[in-house]
Design a protein around this ligand. Structure first.
Ligand SMILES: [Fe+2]
Length: 186
C-alpha cells in the first residue's frame, strides 16, 4: 500500500458518487488542500487526493457520513492513515472515531465547510474566483444569512484547531480554488 494519488482518488470517488455538485465540492476541497500543503511544505498531490476523496461515503450514506469510509476504501488499497484522515473530518459532527491531529487532518476539517462559502461568494460575482479578496470574503463570512448552510461554528472550530488566522486560511482556499476554478464549476 502506498499514499493515495489524485488519479486514484478521482477513480474511487466516481464509483460512489453521481451528483455534479458533489464533484464540484470534491474539486474545491482538493484545490484548497493543495494550497494548504504548499503552505506547510507538504506533499501537494497527496493532500489534493485526500481532499478529493473526503466525502466518498456521503452520497450513499448521507445520514451515516464518515461511518462507511473504511468499508468503501479498504478494498481499494488505500492506506489506513489516509482512511483515518478522511474519517477525521467528521469528528464531533457525525463521528467521534478519529480526532484531527496532523496538519493534513486539521486542514481538511478547516477547509471543508469554508470552501462552501468561497463557492457561494464566487457564484454571485460576475468575475467568479478572479480577483476575490479576503476582506470581502470575510464580510460574507460574518453575514450569517449568507450561505447559511455553511456552519460557521464548525469552521471556527477547525481554524482554531489549526492555529492559523481565518484570513490566512481563506487566502489559501482562494488561491487553490483559483487554480482549479474550471473543475469546481466556477
Ligand atoms: Fe465535504
Amino acid at each position: 500500500m502506498s499514499k493515495l494519488t489524485l488519479s486514484q482518488a478521482k477513480e474511487i470517488l466516481a464509483k460512489h458518487t453521481t451528483e455534479e455538485h458533489l464533484f464540484h465540492h470534491a474539486a474545491a476541497v482538493s484545490a484548497a488542500m493543495g494550497a494548504m500543503a504548499e503552505a506547510y511544505g507538504e506533499d501537494k498531490e497527496h493532500w489534493e487526493a485526500i481532499g478529493w476523496l473526503h466525502d466518498v461515503d456521503y452520497e450513499k450514506f448521507p445520514t451515516e457520513h464518515c461511518h462507511h469510509v473504511r468499508e468503501l476504501l479498504a478494498g481499494e488499497g488505500v492506506d489506513d492513515e489516509d482512511i483515518s484522515a478522511i474519517i477525521s473530518h467528521g469528528y464531533g459532527i457525525t463521528t467521534n472515531e478519529h480526532k484531527p491531529v496532523t496538519n493534513l487532518e486539521k486542514s481538511l476539517f478547516a477547509v471543508d465547510e469554508l470552501t462552501g462559502i468561497v463557492q457561494a461568494y464566487a457564484l454571485m460575482r460576475p468575475e467568479k474566483m478572479d480577483g476575490m479578496a479576503v476582506k470581502s470574503l470575510k464580510k460574507k463570512y460574518k453575514d450569517k444569512k449568507f450561505a447559511a448552510k455553511c456552519n460557521r461554528e464548525i469552521i471556527n472550530r477547525g481554524v482554531e484547531n489549526l492555529g492559523m488566522e481565518l484570513g490566512t486560511v481563506m487566502e489559501h482556499c482562494i488561491k487553490g480554488m483559483q487554480e482549479h476554478s474550471e473543475e469546481i464549476g466556477l
